[in-house]
Design a protein around this ligand. Structure first.
Ligand SMILES: CC(C)(COP(=O)(O)OP(=O)(O)OC[C@H]1O[C@@H](n2cnc3c(N)ncnc32)[C@H](O)[C@@H]1OP(=O)(O)O)[C@@H](O)C(=O)NCCC(=O)NCCS
Length: 433
């Protein structure tokens, strides 16, 4: 058994009595009440999911296993010559809550390499689909096509104990995760680089090999590591995380579950917002019609967007009530690597003028930027101008968090999810009382 799997098993055994005790002795303790507004309004703020992998504080932003983003980057071992940790060390950290040492990290890097090869039939599936298919559809289809590989399904059919379900879920999760950068890069080059491909480089880590297969030089390997870690997890209620968890709760395997989560990420109010930001910003530049725009010009163009009934993409959040620290982390990268890039300057001006405008408009509960407001600029700078592809990279990152979560879901035996629905007449009755 690998050191990661051994540590994970130890953590699972330590954790199980906590969940059992809560269920046995405290099942009736109330965590809140549900209002009509919440029932109609997308269950905002209803406390009914449990995860120990990340927690989103509205004012502070995300913490992975208790650590803020800067603390996470600081704590994890770095790839030599890189400013960022390897994604493999982050996977170890998310799964176990422990910061791995170099030896433990190297072991995960080697394990991922051993599982990296994408089956030829997945490539065949991608190539058989019309070339104008959206990259997210291709990505989701590639994941789903591999479902036949599921160790979980095989073990389930053999009659495994419920206590053992985490193990094949972990195997499926790792097998799947290891292949995602190659699948993503293949889709990118098939669609946008005249179907020319760069093979995997076994000397490189997961993030580094993605940059290599995309065909983009340093420091894009660091962009990839940073991007994948930042997009990994945002607690459990967001659409991609919740969907993956929900589908897995029916004991669907990791392939079915992740593919479903990726489909949720493809919505413009969720992951697709990062492509929306770039599309909108480019239109915005056209509307401004000049390079020497003033802050007043930007303000006017923003009002035009709002007055035409559109949202400002990259701003607002269902939970956050301050600037997303994932935005800040990417902004810091831009300040170091591309401070004079005109698109970054425009994004910075938008950052300066948008929050007061959204406040003045008085609709958005959170006028501050989210992760998507900044990520496309970095991609654009390094030559990834095909914004349709941006959400695939978000999806590769998001897979890390949701796959860690469904491994723990099986470890703790979380049951099939089944909230209760009411009719509108029942709500009206409740309102009268
Ligand atoms: C993220 C988002 C979907 C959250 O939705 P939410 O939780 O319903 O947000 P709120 O409760 O603040 O919405 C209240 C109102 O403000 C509006 N609003 C929210 N964000 C807005 C924005 N960026 N620009 C303009 N209006 C916005 C909403 O459309 C809503 O209007 P309505 O009452 O007419 O329906 C929303 O802020 C949004 O659409 N943002 C732009 C897309 C985006 O960046 N998505 C990525 C999220 S990580």
């Amino acid at each position: 058994m690998s050191s990661l799997k051994e540590t994970l098993f130890k953590k699972i055994e330590e954790h199980r009595p906590r969940t059992t005790k809560l269920l046995k002795d405290h099942s009736d303790v109330k965590l809140g009440e549900v209002t009509i507004g919440q029932a109609i309004g997308g269950a905002r703020g209803v406390r009914c999911l449990v995860t120990d992998i990340s927690y989103l504080d509205p004012m502070e932003g995300i913490r992975f296993r208790g650590k803020t983003i800067p603390e996470t980057f600081e704590a994890l071992p770095k790839i030599p010559g890189s400013d960022y940790p390897s994604v493999e060390s982050f996977w170890y950290f998310l799964l176990t809550g422990d910061v791995p040492n170099k030896k433990q990290t190297d072991e995960v890097v080697a394990d991922f390499k051993a599982r990296r090869q994408v089956p030829q039939y997945v490539i065949d599936v991608l190539r058989a689909m019309p070339r104008d298919t959206h990259p997210m559809t291709l990505f989701s289809a590639a994941i789903l096509a591999m479902q036949r590989e599921s160790v979980f399904v095989r073990r389930y059919n053999e009659g495994m104990s419920r206590m053992d379900q985490w193990d094949p879920m972990y195997e499926d999760a790792t097998n799947l995760l290891a292949k995602l950068p190659s699948i993503g890069a293949y889709i990118y080059r098939m669609k946008y680089k005249a179907d020319t491909h760069v093979g995997t480089n076994m000397d490189l880590d997961w993030g580094g090999d993605f940059a290599h297969q995309m065909g983009i030089a340093k420091p894009y390997d660091d962009v990839s590591r940073m991007y994948f870690i930042l997009h990994s997890d945002h607690e459990s209620g967001n659409v991609s995380a919740h969907t993956t968890h929900l589908v897995a709760s029916a004991l669907s395997d990791a392939y079915y579950s992740l593919s479903a989560g990726i489909n949720g990420l493809a919505g413009p109010l969720h992951g697709l917002a990062n492509q929306e930001v770039l599309r909108w910003t480019m239109n915005f530049l056209q509307t401004l019609g000049k390079d020497d725009y003033t802050e007043e010009d930007v303000k006017q163009a923003l009002w035009d967007t709002l007055n035409s009934g559109q949202v400002v993409p990259g701003y607002g959040h269902a939970v956050l009530r301050k600037t997303d620290p994932r935005y800040t982390a990417q902004r810091e990268f831009c300040l170091k690597h591309l401070p004079d890039f005109p698109l970054f300057k425009l994004i910075s001006t938008i950052y300066k003028v948008t929050p007061p405008i959204l406040q003045e408009q008085g609709k958005a509960k959170n006028p501050w930027p989210n992760v998507d407001a900044q990520s496309g600029v970095i991609q654009w700078y390094y030559g990834v101008t095909e914004w349709d592809f941006y959400t695939v990279m978000f999806g590769i990152g998001r897979a890390i968090g949701v796959l860690a979560n469904i491994t723990w879901d099986r470890a703790l035996g979380y049951p099939i999810e089944r909230p209760k629905s009411l009719t509108t007449a029942m709500l009206e009755d409740a309102a009268k009382k």
